[in-house]
Design a binder for this molecule. Sequence first.
Ligand SMILES: C[S@@+](CC[C@H](N)C(=O)[O-])C[C@H]1O[C@@H](n2cnc3c(N)ncnc32)[C@H](O)[C@@H]1O
Length: 202
Amino acid sequence: MNILMTNILDLAAGLGLYDLWAKHHLQGIHRMLIELADIGDGGQVLDVGCGTGIFASLLTETSKNIGVFGIDTGRRMIRISQRRARKNGHTISYTVGSATELPYAEGQFDVVFSCMVFHLLDPPEQESALKEICRVLKPGGKYVAAEFEEYPAGFLGRRTLRYPVSLTKKCGFHIDSEIRGPFVTKRRPTTYRVLVKPEIYG
Ligand SMILES: C[S@@+](CC[C@H](N)C(=O)[O-])C[C@H]1O[C@@H](n2cnc3c(N)ncnc32)[C@H](O)[C@@H]1O
């Protein structure tokens, strides 16, 4: 995990800076994710790397009768998410934890989301996270992601991290759709993917 970047994000969240940035830059991305997921009424939904809970709150407001869960490694992120849920009267279950080791049962969720998280994970962690997302999804469930295609990492950005699309097949996913959409910065394209866990898995 890019610990430095993750700690900076967590600190920025504690200072209220992350929310200022996210509300401005991620609103279109969050709306697009909800549109692509086409959730309907009911079901269990997980946001992996939920940050300060802006997206999970939007999910609660836009979909009826769904159970919403969020997980993030940032303690401050989760504290702010819980505060936001209390303030808005939302019932959302938040946990401090990692995408690489999800504390949920196999087949628990109908839909899992990730938004701008995979560029913070090293390749072995990306693989573990994808396997975990697949494990916690119901057969036929959807993984809906908005992720940078490429992101500079390592010392002075000399390494490039890519969203591990080739691994998604290895992890058992079938790609339902793959499109470009709203982005955070023009220099780094964001790809939206709807990946489906096969009905017969394993
Ligand atoms: C750019 S923020 C995006 C937050 C959120 N998805 C949103 O749309 O506002 C990336 C988030 O991923 C979290 N993160 C990084 N590594 C993680 C991991 N291994 N497991 C879960 N969350 C992680 C960070 O703490 C941070 O909150």
